[in-house]
Design a protein around this ligand. Structure first.
Ligand SMILES: C[S@@+](CC[C@H](N)C(=O)[O-])C[C@H]1O[C@@H](n2cnc3c(N)ncnc32)[C@H](O)[C@@H]1O
Length: 382
């Protein structure tokens, strides 16, 4: 059941825990989306920094069209994808469709856009602008299966692929999704409503040690052992059913950070459970191991992550190997791009975003790509 933990095997000694004493600073990677001090959305986003004159396209507000999710770093994503009018692109995380529509706006009649999402709701919402557009194919499913989706959609080798990871603001704020401790709802957390495991399943059934290890590995929560013990004690009386029941346990057990930062005590617990429920690291691992084969030479991969473990996976993929080995990726920038101050103010949920992008080199894909970025170091592993 513990997909992510098996990736970072070693539990406390790896993942977030790597190289950090338990009394030290907490790790990075707590998404802004979880921060309780986030003001409500509703401010406008500045014009994309690199949009050429006359090609600004719709504003981010217009792009979300009531879906309630603003595209993060829109101009930077366009720069990363370098959209050509006749190119073929895939938005692996459709959400409110903001990024998709920016790409579509730059495609000519011969361009193609494949949009994926696990959740049927964004796909339904996208019908309004995509259903009658022959350039767009909407598909439900995981980006872990990108090659199959691209094949089924009859996509040519892709010129650009964008993944904007994690839940959308809309999913975060919907009480019935159970992703937020800010309102009461079923303890669910599935982005795919047909997914096999809910957060309630995990907290009501995992052995105490597994639960503690999971929470620590995926979120760096220092009180993970105490939390797990309290959860197990509480569930003997009555299984957890709602978000607020679980948040209340965290409120009693987790001490506020010594830094004085306002972080809700349940933040890391909810983050870890969401990642595990949705197999988020596993899905990213699968995508990173397969995406190069879906790209045309020179095709771009751009990934927006909100969690340091995800960012590290992307960074590792793009990292060049020994000089004797042909490069597989040419990173566009040495460091990830992050939102500017103006975007952070206009869209607080963008605060922990990091964008990395690289172009597929011309070289042949070595066998080790199939083994993924976590393949043991070898002559062709990256
Ligand atoms: C942050 S939102 C994307 C927002 C979008 N870029 C926009 O501008 O509106 C992420 C979306 O990806 C979806 N998602 C998460 N994991 C996925 C996966 N493994 N495969 C496909 N979609 C996924 C979520 O359901 C959510 O709708």
């Amino acid at each position: 059941m513990l997909g992510a933990l098996s990736m970072f095997s070693g539990g406390r000694g790896s993942g977030f825990g790597r190289g950090r004493g338990r009394g030290q600073e907490p790790p990075e990677g707590i998404p802004a989306a979880f921060r309780p001090e986030d003001p409500a959305e509703g401010l406008s986003v500045p014009a994309p920094r690199s949009a050429p004159a006359g090609r600004e396209g719709p504003s981010p507000d217009a792009l979300s069209e009531g879906f309630g999710h603003r595209p993060v770093m829109p101009a930077e994503c366009l720069e990363a994808l370098a959209v050509r009018p006749d190119g073929s692109y895939a938005d692996l995380t459709l959400g409110g469709g903001g990024h998709s529509r920016l790409v579509l706006d730059r495609l000519g009649p011969g361009g193609r856009l494949l949009c994926l999402d696990l959740d049927p709701e964004p796909l339904e919402a996208a019908r309004a602008w995509a259903a009658s557009d022959p350039r767009v194919t909407l598909r439900r499913g995981s980006f872990a299966d990108l090659p199959a989706h691209a094949d089924a959609a009859g996509m040519p080798p892709l010129d650009g692929v964008l993944a904007d990871l994690g839940p959308s603001s809309r999913q975060m704020l919907a009480p019935e999704r159970g992703l937020s401790f800010g309102s009461d709802g079923p303890l669910d957390m599935r982005l795919d409503p047909d997914g096999p495991v809910t957060a309630a399943d995990l907290v009501n059934s995992l052995p105490e040690k597994e639960l503690a290890d999971l929470v620590y590995a995926l979120s760096g929560e220092r009180a993970s052992r105490k939390l797990a013990a309290e959860i197990v004690r509480r569930r003997r009386q009555k299984p957890f059913a709602t978000t607020l029941e679980l948040a209340e346990v965290a409120r009693r057990v987790v001490r506020p950070p010594s830094s004085g930062k306002r972080v809700h005590p349940a933040t890391r617990l909810f983050l870890a459970l969401r990642i595990e429920v949705n197999g988020e690291l596993k899905a990213l691992e699968a995508l990173l191991s397969r995406v190069r084969d879906c790209l045309a030479p020179g095709g771009r991969l751009a990934v927006i992550s909100f969690h340091s473990l995800e960012d590290r996976m992307v960074k590792d993929l793009f990292r060049p190997g020994p000089k004797s080995i042909p490069r597989l990726w040419d990173p566009l920038w040495k460091k990830p791009l992050v939102p500017g101050r103006a975007e952070e103010l206009a869209n607080p949920r963008s605060r922990s975003a990091k964008l990395r992008a690289a172009a597929r080199t011309d070289g042949p894909a070595p066998d080790s790509q199939a083994a993924g970025p976590f393949a043991p170091p070898g002559p062709t592993a990256r």
